[in-house]
Design a protein around this ligand. Structure first.
Ligand SMILES: [Fe+2]
Length: 359
């Protein structure tokens, strides 16, 4: 026996008391049994599909579960390593996600036939799964940013290949340093900083294009010159390396590492955005934001103040500061009167969590 959510078709009326618990499609409780429906709640609930809980024998998979399962079947080399957040958050459109996974899967398939390269790649897959998973995800995001910047054909392939092997030099870094919980000593950090050059040295026999080697070497450079190993700045950094820097940091932030807990993807994007023009190329960040859905209208969010509500709209460059219609106060009580907060004009409030997307 399983509990499942089933859509119900009910028009909620103001002042009505809920006859049972009502949920969204992810199972988030929207209206508890016996709770009175306010006018703002009624308009919120009547704009989306509402579910109630039923007991049944068969448990259908969710939409994101179906997508994940289908990618696993069709692209076994890549899909199992992808971050689950890409399936769960709808951050990237489903068609684009499938296209990127297919592209990387074919690339991995092709590389595995290369006698010299396959040894390194297999070692990466078996000895350092964290780095391998990270590499697949950096390749995914780099591909998506590249598409947004009109990369095509061989140029797009080289960018994705560079991203896929950008950390291959970590095979030459001792594991106790690579996966050390807590802060690194300055000596250990100096060893870590050698991995881009070590990656290039490892790739020397593979007859890779110069642009790929350059991107591997420069993926830790920063837009303002504060990166390593060469301290390059601005357009002196190859565009592919600028793209990989953004993808690399984003994936590191949303991943559970020995030295930090994973951040929600929308927090990671806010951190990237704060580094616009200092750490990261503004053009690359704009290309990334063009391809993702950060807080789509009707997303349900909780603010640091404890209030919760739905996203009304946002405008570039205030992608992380949309207008919010507050539905619940910090104590979870429904808000009776219409309350709209413009986060761009209220620096004391910001989005903490996004519970789901509706509609
Ligand atoms: Fe790296």
């Amino acid at each position: 026996m399983q509990y499942i959510l089933k859509p119900i078709y009910h028009r909620f009326k103001v002042e009505e008391f809920a006859s049972q618990d009502f949920f969204d499609h992810r199972g988030t409780l929207l209206l508890g049994k016996g709770q009175k429906v306010t006018s703002s709640l009624a308009s919120f609930l009547n704009r989306q599909t509402i579910y109630s809980l039923h007991c049944e024998c068969d448990f259908p998979s969710s939409v994101s579960g179906e997508l994940h399962a289908s990618l696993l079947i069709h692209f076994p080399r890549t899909a199992p390593w992808l971050q689950r957040v890409y399936f769960e958050t709808a951050l990237i459109k489903q068609e684009l996600l499938s296209e990127a996974v297919r592209f990387i899967d074919q690339l991995v398939d092709h590389l595995s036939l290369h006698p010299a390269f396959s040894l390194d790649f297999e070692q990466l897959q078996t000895s350092d799964k964290v780095t391998y998973k990270h590499s697949v995800n950096v390749a995914l995001l780099s591909y998506i940013i590249g598409k947004s910047m009109n990369y095509k054909g061989e140029k797009l392939r080289r960018l994705t290949l560079s991203a896929l092997i950008h950390d291959i030099g970590k095979l030459d870094i001792p594991e106790e340093i690579l996966n050390k919980p807590g802060a690194l000593s300055s000596e250990e950090f100096e060893i870590i900083r050698t991995h881009p050059a070590k990656g290039v040295a490892r790739s020397a026999d593979l007859l890779l294009p110069e642009s790929v080697l350059t991107a591997i070497l420069q993926h830790h450079e920063r837009w303002n010159g504060s990166g390593y190993p060469q301290g390059l700045a601005g357009l002196d950094i190859s565009t592919s390396a600028q793209i990989m820097a953004v993808a690399d940091v984003f994936d590191a932030l949303i991943t559970d590492r020995p030295y930090h807990a994973p951040l929600p993807p929308y927090h990671a994007l806010e951190i990237l955005f704060k580094g616009c023009g200092t750490d990261f190329s503004p053009e690359v960040l704009k290309a990334l934001f063009c391809m993702i859905q950060l807080y789509p209208p009707d997303s349900f969010v909780t603010l640091n103040s404890g209030e919760a509500g739905i996203v009304l709209r946002f405008t570039y460059p205030n992608l992380t500061q949309p207008k919010i219609q507050v539905l619940f106060d910090p104590f979870g009580n429904p808000v009776e009167k219409e309350l709209i907060i413009d986060l761009a004009e209220d620096p004391s409030r910001y989005i903490c969590t996004m519970h789901h997307r509706v509609g």
